[in-house]
Design a protein around this ligand. Sequence first.
Ligand SMILES: *[C@@H]1O[C@H](CO)[C@@H](O)[C@H](O)[C@H]1NC(C)=O
Ligand SMILES: *[C@@H]1O[C@H](CO)[C@@H](O)[C@H](O)[C@H]1NC(C)=O
Ligand SMILES: *[C@@H]1O[C@H](CO)[C@@H](O)[C@H](O)[C@H]1NC(C)=O
Ligand SMILES: *[C@@H]1O[C@H](CO)[C@@H](O)[C@H](O)[C@H]1NC(C)=O
Ligand SMILES: *[C@@H]1O[C@H](CO)[C@@H](O)[C@H](O)[C@H]1NC(C)=O
Length: 312
Amino acid sequence: MRNPKMTSATSLLFFAINFACIRAENSSEKFVKLECKTEYHGVYGQQSILECVVKPVDENVTIITVTWKRVGAAADNLLEYHKDKMIPTPGFKFAEPSWNKKNMNVSLLLTNTKMADNGEYECEVETDVGTDKATPSLSVTAKYKTPTMSSIPDTNIQENTIVTIFCNSTGGPQKGLIWWFDQSGTNCTESAELVAKETDDGLFSLASNFTVKATSSYTNYTCKVLNVNEALEGKASFEIQFVSRNLGSKAEKLDSVSTPKWLVPVVVIGSLIIGLLAALLFFKKRSAQRGHQTDTRHDDDVEAKGLNSDSS
Ligand SMILES: *[C@@H]1O[C@H](CO)[C@@H](O)[C@H](O)[C@H]1NC(C)=O
Ligand SMILES: *[C@@H]1O[C@H](CO)[C@@H](O)[C@H](O)[C@H]1NC(C)=O
Ligand SMILES: *[C@@H]1O[C@H](CO)[C@@H](O)[C@H](O)[C@H]1NC(C)=O
Ligand SMILES: *[C@@H]1O[C@H](CO)[C@@H](O)[C@H](O)[C@H]1NC(C)=O
Ligand SMILES: *[C@@H]1O[C@H](CO)[C@@H](O)[C@H](O)[C@H]1NC(C)=O
């Protein structure tokens, strides 16, 4: 049998050693590890996520503090959680919708990525078993949008008149290019003029105009938007709106082979009204006949046939 005093002394010593070990391990070896990738990619105007997850050695870990901030920025933390209190900044939140202190996924979500969000971030986590931090960076890219096209004049263009076609796009991070092609695929960029402007969000807007003498055999033009590395980011096609399909004298225009668009509903509605009137007439006649003579079977059939051939 052991001496009870010895036992307590041993356990005290054991406790002391253990405590020292924990303290030592806390400063050198970690009980928690914060894992993030070194670089994340975001797109201007979209959501971005900086994925960081706490990897505890022990299963039951509680998070005490999380801070997300920009490295080297004098500004306040982007997101801060400390002892059940959350201090967010508009545009930044935990990626996990209902994050809580038991959730080891402390990823940061940027709800609307700006060019200025490009850079290095720092995430620091304090748990009941230790702390760790990481510095992932975000690289933000932007792309030109699908171009929009228009022309001056826009409609009723006559043969051999001068038409200016526009091709505009916005959203590139650097000065891009606009190339023009006619319907046979010939590069006609030489005859176009490009104006690039920097917008207040640090992005560029491109406006290219292409002037052409309109001929009905060449109506379709395509423009392509390319980034600074000449990679295609969007394209659009435009058809010059001539007066009518077969150009020439006014007489020709009048008896044009193509049915004008407005004529279709007019014809449909017109025949509907005629049909309704015929039906009304038919029923009126029939009821009149019913009143005068009882055996009208044969007459009805004739009337119905007449109506059918009328409406077809
Ligand atoms: C985790 O630890 C807390 C106190 O530190 C305790 O209340 C809880 O029951 C533990 N949970 C599990 C699953 O062990
Ligand atoms: C962390 O949470 C985000 C948002 O819910 C999710 O997209 C991501 O996959 C999660 N990461 C891990 C490792 O669970
Ligand atoms: C394109 O830009 C030009 C010049 O800024 C403008 O006149 C034209 O209306 C624009 N066209 C479209 C489709 O936005
Ligand atoms: C189109 O023409 C422009 C200007 O001449 C030139 O820079 C570009 O490389 C050409 N593109 C193609 C696809 O030929
Ligand atoms: C114009 O030409 C392009 C490419 O040849 C084609 O994809 C497009 O459908 C055409 N557009 C019109 C309005 O005819």
